[in-house]
Design a protein around this ligand. Structure first.
Ligand code: FDA
Length: 304
């Protein structure tokens, strides 16, 4: 219930203006966001690389309103790729298609994605298209297919196991060799499209993970859930999958000790590193995932 309200609140521009102006809210948000500048994201990626972790840089923002905003977001990704190249970082990027205008100008968005994918290919960086709400799923899957047709085989997307369609999408995209990120899903979705219980979403995660380990190109398991991580490790061992043929992905600021343990045990860990000024919606989804985070925020606001 609280999660659904917070997930919905992530879409409110009015609340965004209020929360972004609050100093305590900002201080709590910065537990999950590397900072507001590209340099902050690159510095965090450099520090994580020293500790054996790769990263995926996310310029926070979504659902742009003007074409100019979409172009600016794309330009930031080009600068991020330049930074990754200049610093020689083991890093890729995570891009929200609606930040490039997926819903407003799909053709323009496809061009911007193509430009980013071309630069990423030169730098040797992987591009993951984040998966947003269900209104964007089919268009995002089609963007990945278009990228592969254009020869950008280093472009994949996230798939959300709470969606009933996802097992079919795993098969569809694994068929073209796309490297996929598997996550549970962070938006509020209706029952006819998405499992509503944790039990069903986790069961779907297990089925998709096993499928990806059996057939997928370098699967990326995005979860902090011990039970699902154990499932991935057990299934990787059973299927004879080497430790360098898949990775775990976790969010910046979440379960750093678990990240370190997996790295120490010889597994690959990639940290999702958000940066930028439009951190509100990202932050609200992090609150929705874990009610304890709301308590941090409430305490910070009380001390205001
Ligand atoms: P679960 O929610 O059960 O959490 C397991 C444990 O992890 C918790 O008990 C807690 O200890 C810790 N934890 C989880 N979330 C936390 C938080 N916010 N703060 C503090 N602790 C937390 N979603 C989406 O819809 N589209 C996308 O593109 C992506 N991309 C993405 C990339 C990466 C790298 C990750 C890790 C996640 C995403 N997600 C996402 C979010 C994902 O769908 C999901 O909402 C969160 O990962 C939480 O689910 P878990 O699998 O971690 O399990």
């Amino acid at each position: 219930m609280v999660s659904t309200v917070l997930a919905k609140a992530s879409e409110s521009r009015r609340l965004e203006r209020l929360v972004a102006r609050s100093r305590p809210a900002r201080a709590v948000a910065m537990r999950f966001v590397a900072g507001e500048r590209l340099e902050d994201g690159l510095d965090a990626a450099s520090a994580l690389a020293e500790r054996g972790r790769s990263t995926s840089l996310d310029f926070v923002g979504e659902r742009v309103v003007t074409e100019e905003d979409a172009r600016e977001a794309a330009a930031m990704y080009h600068r991020a790729l330049d930074g990754i190249d200049a610093r020689g970082l083991p890093a890729g990027i995570s891009v929200k298609p609606t930040q490039l205008g997926l819903l407003a100008w799909p053709a323009r968005c496809a061009e911007l994605v193509d430009g980013i994918a071309t630069r990423a290919g030169e730098v040797g960086a992987h591009v993951t298209l984040d998966m947003e709400d269900s209104g964007t799923t089919e268009a995002t899957v089609q963007l990945v297919e278009a990228c592969h047709r254009a020869g950008h085989h280093h472009v994949g997307c996230a798939l959300q196991t709470y969606l009933r369609r996802t097992e079919a999408d795993v098969v569809r995209l694994e068929g073209i060799g796309a490297s996929l990120r598997l996550c549970k899903g962070a938006y509020a979705e209706p029952a006819h499209l998405a499992y509503q219980s944790r039990r069903e979403t986790d069961a779907s995660y297990r089925r998709c993970a096993t499928r990806l380990l059996a057939h997928g190109t370098y699967p990326r398991f995005a979860t902090h859930d011990d039970a699902l991580i154990t499932h991935v490790l057990d299934e990787a061992a059973r299927l004879g999958r080497s430790a360098d043929s898949f990775e775990f992905q976790m969010l910046y600021g979440v379960r750093a000790e678990l990240q370190a343990r997996l790295v120490d045990e010889g597994f690959r860990v990639c940290v999702y590193v958000p940066f930028g000024q439009r951190w509100y919606a990202y932050f609200m989804r992090r609150l929705a995932e874990r009610p304890a985070n709301v308590l941090f925020l409430a305490r910070a606001l009380r001390g205001q």
